[in-house]
Design a protein around this ligand. Structure first.
Ligand code: ZN
Ligand code: ZN
Length: 434
């Protein structure tokens, strides 16, 4: 069987999926999928599903093996490509799937039992990849003999899902490491920083997903840094913090990043301290873009430009820079000091997070003519700065020259009571101006 035979199969399948008027007899696959008949078509449909899944497994196996063979034959290099995965992406395969196929193809010869099952169409590529990764994970920690490897593959193949395989592999690695003879001076797995790993991927919806695998000491440092920043903060009315533990941990991690980025004792990149970069088009019809993660809404861009920890680049319609940020937009250290004395930390009622955690928010935005002065600034932690820009909270400077807050409300309904800033929570007089 060669490419011609596969082409024949593909042509027959395309023919059978082509919409044609319903015949009296001899229904095609198109009719079965397009207008299944109740009860009569149950068996044929289930049979199609089983056969199609088997065919998919077999074809994925052929792709993986073919790409590994192409690598062994030096084809990618002759086409000026870095790897077999690049060869697949050049054929329109998504990068994640291309790398997975190349990985599974390369690992096949070390996993004969698995490969044998793949050749019968019984193993999906996601599952084969999980087994290959699991074996590599264990082998990194405890070198496996061929016999050990075969045993591990058998154990992993009993699992029913790829994530189950990963979990089982970690269990086996820990168990094997615990019983492996330790030479004097060998670093235990838990403390071996050579095994550390961090993946950062942008998801399809534009979020960023991170996973970490750390040695005990680095993990301890992470937890020690997060711990004081993770504490619940009660709402203005005294009810408990509604954020889940995971959410509070993520917020705390964001705080650590911002504190780090606002410090000056850190490595330079191209002669400047790396900062968040916001690219703001001057021409209408284009959207704001972040340096690494791409397009963002105008309200998030407003939040970022509200404070100084950002490199703002304004570009024209063709992407040429017009302006690299105006210094007078930023709160000076002197004004920040004044804000720190007045607000004493995050001004949001009930919050009071320390000054060093806070952004200085422009009460009237710079873009709407608001100046950078003590009376147009308010200190807000990132959670409450976001609540003002995204969450419908309003803030204004009262007649007492302190910030006052209006909770989110329906503009058609009655306005809720205005709330004092955290630093003034024990005062009792009402604002005289709004
Ligand atoms: Zn702001
Ligand atoms: Zn706050």
């Amino acid at each position: 069987m060669d490419a011609t035979d596969l082409d024949t199969f593909v042509d027959a399948l395309i023919d059978d999926l082509t919409p044609v008027p319903a015949p009296d007899e001899g229904r095609t696959l198109f009719h079965l999928l397009d207008c299944p008949r109740r009860v009569i078509d149950e068996q044929p449909l289930l049979a199609v599903l089983v056969a199609a899944v088997t065919a998919r497994n077999l074809l994925d196996h052929v792709v993986a093996q073919a790409v590994a063979a192409a690598e062994r034959a030096g084809i990618p290099a002759r086409k000026h490509l870095r790897s077999g995965a690049d060869l697949l992406t050049s054929l329109g395969v998504a990068p994640g799937a291309a790398h997975r196929a190349a990985r599974v193809g390369r690992a096949a010869h070390t996993l004969p039992a698995l490969t044998q099952l793949q050749r019968l169409g019984g193993v999906g590529i996601e599952f084969a990849d999980a087994v290959g990764k699991g074996v590599a994970h264990i082998n990194n920690r405890v070198p496996l003999s061929d016999e050990d490897r075969a045993g591990v593959v058998t154990t992993l193949m009993i699992q029913t899902t790829p994530s189950g395989v990963g979990k089982k592999a970690r269990e086996i690695a820990i168990a094997k490491a615990a019983t492996a003879p330790q030479d004097d001076g060998t670093v235990p797995v838990a403390e071996n920083s050579d095994l550390n790993d961090m993946t950062v991927v942008q998801t399809d919806d534009g979020r960023v997903a991170v996973s970490l695998d750390l040695d005990a000491l680095t993990g301890e440092e992470l937890l020690a840094a997060l711990d004081p920043l993770c504490r619940p903060v009660p709402l203005p009315d005294g009810t408990s913090d509604p954020r889940s533990t995971g959410r509070r941990r993520a917020d705390a991690f964001g705080q650590i990043m911002r504190t780090y980025l606002s410090g000056s004792q850190r490595p330079m990149s191209g002669g400047v301290l790396p900062h968040v970069t916001l690219i703001r088009p001057a021409a209408p019809g284009f959207v704001d873009t972040l340096g690494f993660t791409g397009p963002i809404t105008a309200s998030t861009a407003d939040l970022i430009t509200c404070d100084s920890t950002v490199g703002l680049v304004t570009v024209d319609g063709a992407g040429a820079p017009l302006d690299v940020g105006r210094a007078e937009r930023l709160f000076t250290p002197a004004i920040r000091k004044g804000l720190a004395v007045r607000d004493g930390g995050c001004a949001h009622p009930g919050c009071g997070r320390p000054v060093s955690w806070c952004d200085a928010h422009h009460i009237t935005p710079w873009s709407s003519g608001g100046g950078t002065s003590l009376d147009n600034g308010v200190l807000l932690c990132r959670l409450h700065h976001t609540a003002v820009h995204h969450g419908g909270w309003q803030v204004y400077l009262g007649a007492d020259r302190h910030p006052w807050f209006i909770p989110p409300h329906d503009p058609a309904g009655p306005e809720p009571a205005h709330l004092r800033s955290h630093n003034r929570r024990t005062m009792t007089d009402l604002p005289t101006a709004a």
